[in-house]
Ligand binder design. Sequence first.
Ligand SMILES: [Zn+2]
Length: 312
Amino acid sequence: MLSALLIMNLSTTVLADGDSLSRIAEYTIQVNEDVDITGSLTTTFTNLDTFIDTVRENYPKIADYDIARFLMQYTQQDCEGLPEDVVLSILEYDNITVSTSYVRIDADGNSYALNDNCLPIDDYTSNDGYIKFTTTYSNTKTVGKQKYYNVFGSATWLKYPAMRLRDCFVVGTNGTFDDSVSEKGNVIQSFKCIRCGAITYKTRTVTKSKRVDNDLNLKYDSGVPELHFDALSTQKCSSCDGFTEDYSFTLFISYGVIASEAKNIQASYGHQTVGFKNDISVSISGDGTASLSASVGTLIETYTARPVTMKY
Ligand SMILES: [Zn+2]
C-alpha cells in the first residue's frame, strides 16, 4: 500500500495553476545534471529566487505554501505529510542540489543503492525493506574560505519490513556541524482506513530546542543530529475508529554544515530486526559515512544512500 503514495505524488504535480508556474520555472530556473566523483547522479537547480520573485509579480495573490509545494515537486522532493513550516523553508534558498537513491537489502543483509527505481515496487517480493532516499543541500553563504550549507535528508519507505522496533535515521557528513542553524527532524507515518478511506497521520517533530516528541528523540552522540524513533504499528482510524493499513512512512532531517573544501553527505537508516527497543549507536567515519550498531542481542539492517559530494 505504500506504493499508492508514489502514484499520488506523481498525479498531484499538476496544481491548479501548475501550468503557469511550470512555464515560469522553465525560463527562470537553471537545471544542471551531473555525476559526482562518487558516481551519484545529482541535479542542481539555481535561480530559485528569480523564479519566486517572478511568480509573485505575476500572481500577487498566490500563497507562499503553493509556491513552496510547486518548488518541492519541481526539485524532485516529496512533501506529502510534511509540516507546513518545513515545506515553506524551500523559499529561503536560491540553489538546491538533489540526489535520489533507491536502496534495498538482499538476503545476506547487504545494502544496494541505485540511482533509479529500476525495480518497480510491484515486482519486489522480498521480505526485506525498500527505501527511497533524497539527499539535498543548498549553499547558503560563503565567508572567506568557509562555505555554509544547509543539508536535508529524507527517507521514504516503499516497503516497510514486518518487524517494528526502534529505528534510526541520520545524514552523515565529514564537514563541520554548524550549530548556528536550527536543525529539525520529522517522522511522518500515515495509515489508511480500510472502512472509510480516511488517512490518519502520526507526525512527530523535534527541533534543537524541543528534542523529544513522544517516541522521537533528537540526539547528537555522533556529532551530527540523529533521529531515534519507534516504527509505529497501524493505528485506529481517527474518523471512524476502524482498522487501518500502512499508507506512508517518511523521515526528514535538516541541519547546517560548514566546509572549507568539498565534503560529503550521506543518508543512512538503521532498522532493528531482532531484540529490544534500544537506541541504535551512530558514529561517523572520515569520509562522512554513518556506521550504525546496536547492543548485544539486537540486530539491525542498515540502508545506506549513495554519498553526495557537496560542490565547493
Ligand atoms: Zn475510517
